[in-house]
Design a protein around this ligand. Structure first.
Ligand SMILES: [Zn+2]
Length: 468
């Protein structure tokens, strides 16, 4: 007489109260009970001796781009890869063709992902026409948050960035205020358009095939100035502001100086934490990412920002391109397509940091999951507690994850040069989404199993009305 569908036994279970020696029972997609060892009965029992059970990663920065660009991966391919990487919910960014900048497009992408996703997904909107009514309509369609770039659209890609690229500071202010009224966060890719233009002038005559030239074209000051401006605007706008992929010591310094001035958070990514520009030089055009991967001193500053809580999220910024597309940009790194795969890197890399004593397992789990659930208002997931969604991963902290083109599932397996040969201590062994195992070393889930993750919205209270 089984009471539960599944019981995961003998794992070291990471709960909000800390690590516990308990068994975890799953029923109807949820964590139904936390049981003493050996208690309860289930249709299926998993023996997880020697392993740790954690909330699945909630990756708040992901680019599938579907239904556009199937040659760069599809919802099926990239959510399978994410499941293998220990990600149970991903937030899809609005870059698509056309840009996801209206309620209709949010709904269209929701339907597309619903049919194909192996894991849960949320959909970002772009601020679009900046009208409060269209932003409210996207929020009503279930958008998780909004995304904005402070940079102009890359050449020839205007339709992908329409209503998303807002290099003008008046537009940035409008977006902050309009999104603030929706109650949802605004995530910003922050680099100064004007200083980028200056950078492009300063690299004239330099070798465009050299990755170091890209670094010179987008120095840290570009990022830091854009962040300082946004944080200043937000003192007035009072949006829930989130700075995407922080890369530099200078920006960390700016974030610290503005602490407490408004409601803001910040993220970084594994490539900024585990790689430097020397690694990018080896990877060539395949290591081209915007903003660029910088020095060891910047990397150290990012780890210290994680240690003191200045940075509270680590995300993939997973962006697959085809090998041919990347290679076509090799003669001009500055204009080459930016992006690197992360779906199967993120969790093993952070476990590796735990293995090397950089941070505790609980802190890693907060950066990967719990903080995302709270910042983006998904109260039903991101923690192991009775009633929470059974979005879970089992990890072996002693096993090694080796990265090679042969063992990645993402379409980006042919462009993962930044990580080829990496050996992370820590391995995702099993993944559950809504109580069903989707990965056990092989993909065991089904397309269409993932659910649309819709935030719980709290509209700003009258006391928080932005200053006129
Ligand atoms: Zn991105």
């Amino acid at each position: 007489m089984a009471t539960y569908e599944t019981i995961i036994r003998n794992a070291d279970v990471l709960t909000p109260e800390g690590s516990r020696e308990i068994d975890v029972a799953l029923l109807d997609g949820k964590i139904a009970a936390l049981l003493p060892r050996g208690a309860g009965a289930a249709g299926e029992t998993i023996d997880a001796t020697g392993q740790h059970l954690l909330p699945g990663a909630i990756d708040i920065h992901f680019h599938v781009r579907a239904p556009a660009y199937p040659e760069r991966g599809t919802v099926e391919s990239e959510t399978r890869a994410a499941a293998a990487g220990g990600i149970t919910t991903l937030f899809e960014m609005p870059i698509s063709k056309p840009c996801c900048n209206t309620a209709e497009r949010v709904a269209m992408r929701q339907r597309h992902f619903s049919e194909h996703a192996f894991i849960n997904f949320a959909i970002f909107g772009a601020p679009g026409d900046l009208q409060p009514a269209s932003i409210a309509a996207m929020a009503d369609a279930g958008a998780i948050a909004f995304k904005m770039f402070t940079t102009p659209p890359p050449e020839g890609r205007d339709d992908e960035f329409l209503g998303l690229s807002l290099p003008d500071e008046a537009d940035q202010m409008r977006a902050l205020k309009a999104v603030a009224a929706s109650g949802l966060p605004l995530v910003v890719h922050a680099e100064s358009a004007q200083l980028l233009a200056l950078g492009e002038q300063e690299i004239r005559g330099l070798d465009l095939a050299d990755t170091e030239t890209h670094l010179l074209a987008r120095p840290a000051i570009c990022e830091a100035v854009a962040v300082a401006k946004l944080l200043t605007l937000n003192i007035e706008a009072q949006a829930k502001l989130h700075i995407a992929h922080v890369t530099s010591a200078l920006t960390v310094d700016i974030l610290r100086r503005f602490k407490g001035s408004s409601d803001f958070t910040a993220e970084t990514c594994p490539h900024y934490l585990f790689r430097t520009h020397h690694d990018v030089k080896r990877a060539g055009v395949f290591g081209k990412i915007n903003p660029p991967v910088r020095s060891l001193a910047d990397q150290d500053a990012l780890w210290s920002a994680i240690a003191d809580g200045t940075i509270t999220h680590v995300t993939t910024d997973h962006a697959a391109f085809s090998h041919a597309e990347k290679l076509a940009g090799a003669h001009n790194i500055v204009d080459a397509p930016p992006g690197s795969p992360g779906s199967e890197i993120l969790v093993p890399a952070m476990l590796d940091a735990v293995a090397h004593g950089r941070l505790s397992l609980a802190h890693a789990s907060a950066l990967l999951s719990t903080n995302a659930a709270s910042r983006f208002s998904l109260p039903g997931t991101g923690r192991i507690a009775v009633g929470a969604a059974a979005d879970l991963i089992l990890v072996d902290l002693g096993a090694v994850t080796e990265i090679s083109a042969d063992n990645l599932l993402s379409f980006a397996r042919d462009v993962a040069h930044l990580y080829y040969g990496a050996r992370f201590t820590g391995r995702v062994t099993q993944t559950w989404v809504r109580g069903r195992q989707v990965y056990d070393g092989n993909i065991t889930g089904q397309p269409g199993w993932g659910r649309y993750a819709v935030p719980t919205r709290t509209l700003p209270s009258p006391g928080r009305t932005p200053r006129a």
